[in-house]
Design a binder for this molecule. Structure first.
Ligand SMILES: [Zn+2]
Ligand SMILES: [Zn+2]
Length: 754
């Protein structure tokens, strides 16, 4: 019998459907631990496919480091004593694997085709062979459970409950003879389609242990860095429990990008400038022109030009129209897809989830890829023929499918593991939500890469008003090319000027000057941030979206475009103050990119995991010593950041500060806490003395509340902004005063403006 192990249940089901004629489904365990296996005949043998739940092993510290204390941090860095053990949460999956593995003569690893997939395959082999540890070897074995005692309080840290009583041997009992496991085969496919899966099974290879080792190193290093720095920052600033300050090897440099941009904005000094514009008409045509000089740096220069441009008519002095080609975009890799999706209102994290489910449904190819060049073996025609059955692009796809040969666009990155993301099937029923948006994007992008360039006619008209030169630019789509399917995702290009020739005369309807200021650099949107991360080598295609999401979840950033909270700013500036003397700042992207580069070298077999982990321990130790010398400063900064995030504005009654507080039940509300440094007010007998004037307001219980810095035009109380989790939804600006006369008006206006 063949045992086929996949990374997820849906992939196991899909492979069984593709390879087997008739599939029998068996359920193991119940509730959330329920696992399914898929049994079928394969050739003249039997086969069973079973899906894991992603990683089934994890890197852990020994239990001696479980307590959070600054005292242990040095030990954790110097002697992390990591062990690779079975993940306790995977007990149900392992029990199911044990039961279906019985009697297997051949093991097929069919996990996802990437670094993490290779490690998960390695994990499965360790477990099947009986080499995996079920607990840290330096931890005491779990005591025999007494009947009726539920001992799973600390579920995450508890060793796996398999087998029930620990006999003293820390190894999981073997599920198959070692010889059978060592004969394993590895199949690699980039899409869950019949062609790909059958081709993969026809051309098996073995697990790439170097690649798995690279993923394993990343796990180890991330655990040490994350645990040490998170504990240090949290303990230094007295933030315990759910308020802990999460610090991560890739997360902090990403936060730094956002914070650095914000600090640049704060330091920015706007410079005033002026522009002169005019509205011209001829018959029904209107043209907006601007002074050919563009910006005037001084008011006098502008006023001089303005007075020289006093005239009722304008004369066309030149008209130019030049066609230029706009090339279709390159094929999608993960970053480009996430960036394009976020331009369409789907955050990178949501786009990635939608893309994964489209992949598991056999609709698109594997969505984690860096590649932007279609391999020659790719069946472009097959995908086109399939897309001809999908109504929104059916005509174009059918026309392309009949074409003799294709010259698809090529991007800059070429890798050989996966093809770029392209559609491999069409939805049988209508998709909805993010899935519909992402599928539409992938399908149209794919067609766009096979269509010709668009021809855009760039237009420029020069006119003279009085004694001054003005001009306007326009554009016209002369030949749509790829825009036939991709216009909705491309920059808008059809803004034609009316047909004009030199000598034409137009009426000047209006001549006006506009006073403006130079603008600070803009904040990162989620799409551009993910592109920046790729450019700097921060994170991987598999982790970038989650890292950004985590910044939102930890309250370090809010909104989209992304704005750091004061807590986020404090965290980075505290690092900077402590790291001034450090050779390399551990929260810099260079540091992270270096480690990621070393992981690539592990996968090439040039470096070993222990070397890279040891090197990162040294860097961490240096950093920790510097941080430790700045504990008081870090504490002050973090406290200040938190306080600023919670301060909504000035109390109208007493001039004190209106701040977000939490009641005993956890409900939040706004209350006046008086002025900074005020002594508590005397209170009646039996009451606690309080600060401030006693004014309180209820607050929305969901979403992130931030001060806008403005006060309500109707009642004078501060205005606040409420944003949904993860920068989702439309921000809602409202007056904090529940009884404000303008409440309804504000709500509807906020909705319209957002
Ligand atoms: Zn007050
Ligand atoms: Zn108000």
């Amino acid at each position: 019998m063949r045992l086929i192990v996949t990374e997820k249940d849906s992939a196991a089901r899909k492979i069984a459907d593709i390879l087997g004629g008739k599939v029998t489904v068996k359920a193991h365990g119940r509730g959330r631990q329920k696992v399914r296996s898929y049994h079928f005949g394969y050739g003249d043998d039997d086969a069973v496919a079973i899906g894991l739940r992603g990683h089934v092993m994890q890197t852990v510290f020994p239990n001696t480091y479980r307590r959070w204390s600054l005292k242990y941090l040095g030990d954790m860095i110097e002697r992390p004593d990591l062990a690779w053990v079975v993940d306790g949460a995977a007990a149900g999956t392992l029990a199911a694997l044990r039961s279906v593995a019985k009697g297997a003569t051949e093991v097929v690893i069919a996990t996802d085709y990437d670094r993490e997939g290779e490690l998960i395959g390695h994990e499965a082999l360790e477990i099947l062979r009986g080499d995996a540890l079920k607990r840290h070897p330096h931890d005491k074995p779990e005591k025999k459970k007494k009947a009726g005692v539920a001992g799973r309080g600390k579920a995450a840290a508890a060793p796996p409950a398999e087998p029930p009583a620990d006999s003293g041997d820390p190894h999981v009992k073997a599920m198959l003879p070692a010889a059978a496991v060592d004969r394993h085969i590895r199949v690699r496919y980039s899409a869950l389609t019949r062609e790909e899966v059958e081709a993969a099974f026809a051309k098996p290879s073995t697990v790439d242990f170097n690649l798995a080792e690279a993923a394993h190193s990343r796990q180890d290093i991330d655990l040490i860095w994350g645990a040490v720095l998170t504990r240090f920052m949290s303990l230094a600033s007295y933030r315990y429990g759910s308020d802990y300050l999460s610090v991560g090897r890739v997360q902090s440099p990403t936060l730094r990008l956002v914070v650095d941009r914000e600090l640049e904005r704060r330091a920015f000094v706007p410079v005033p400038y002026w522009e002169i514009k005019a509205t011209l008409t001829r018959g029904d045509d209107t043209v907006e022109v601007a002074h050919a000089k563009g910006r005037f740096d001084s008011l006098e220069a502008m006023e001089t030009a303005f007075s020289r441009a006093q005239a009722d008519t304008a004369e066309v002095t030149a008209y130019k129209a030049e066609p230029r080609k706009v090339a279709p975009p390159p094929p999608f890799n993960t970053t480009a897809l996430m960036s394009a999706a976020s331009g369409g209102g789907v955050s990178p994290a949501r786009a990635m989830r939608a893309a994964e489910s489209l992949y598991l449904d056999g609709l698109i190819s594997y969505p984690r890829t860096d590649n932007t060049v279609y391999p020659p073996s790719l069946d472009l025609r097959g995908s086109l023929e399939a897309l001809a059955g999908w109504q929104p692009v059916a005509t174009v796809a059918a026309r392309l499918a009949k074409q003799g040969k294709y010259t698809p666009t090529r991007g800059k990155k070429r890798t050989t593991d996966h093809p770029p993301i392209y559609p491999v099937g069409v939805p049988k029923k209508e998709l909805s939500g993010d899935q519909a948006k992402v599928y539409d994007l992938v399908a149209r992008r794919f067609l766009a890469t096979l269509l010709p360039a668009a021809v855009i006619e760039g237009q420029r008209v020069d006119v003279r008003i009085g004694r001054e030169p003005f001009l306007a630019r326009g554009s016209r789509v002369a030949s749509p090319g790829f825009l036939e399917v991709y216009e909705k995702y491309a920059a808008k290009r059809d803004r034609p000027l009316p047909a004009l020739q030199p000598g034409d005369v137009l009426q000047v309807r209006e001549l006006r000057s506009e006073s403006k200021e130079t603008q600070p650099p803009s904040r990162y949107g989620q799409g551009p941030l993910i592109e920046k991360m790729e450019e700097l080598g921060l994170g991987t295609k598999a982790t970038r979206a989650d890292i950004i999401q985590h910044l939102y979840d930890r309250n370090y950033v809010r909104d989209n475009p992304i704005e750091p909270t004061e807590l986020g700013v404090a965290l980075i500036t505290a690092f900077d103050a402590a790291m001034k003397e450090a050779p390399v700042d551990i929260s810099s992207w260079q540091m992270t990119a270096k480690l990621d580069d070393e992981m690539d070298r592990i996968s090439e077999g040039e470096l070993r995991r222990d070397q890279v982990v040891a090197e990162s321990q040294d860097m961490l130790e240096q950093a920790w010593k510097l941080l430790d010398g700045h504990v008081a400063d870090i504490r002050e900064r973090i406290k200040g950041g938190v306080r600023d995030d919670l301060t909504l504005g000035e109390c109208k009654n007493c001039g004190g500060q209106l701040r977000v507080l939490r009641g005993k039940t956890g409900k939040r509300f706004a209350a006046c806490v008086g002025k900074e440094g005020d002594a508590p007010q005397p209170a009646a007998d039996g009451e606690r003395p309080r600060r401030g004037c006693g004014q309180t307001f209820p607050l929305p219980q969901r979403g992130t509340i931030t001060p806008t810095g403005r006060s309500c035009g109707d009642c004078g109380w501060p205005e606040i902004k409420v944003v949904g989790a993860g920068g989702r939804g439309r921000p809602w600006v409202l007056c904090v005063d529940i009884d404000c006369p303008s409440k309804e008006k504000y709500r509807s206006r906020a909705r319209k403006n957002a």
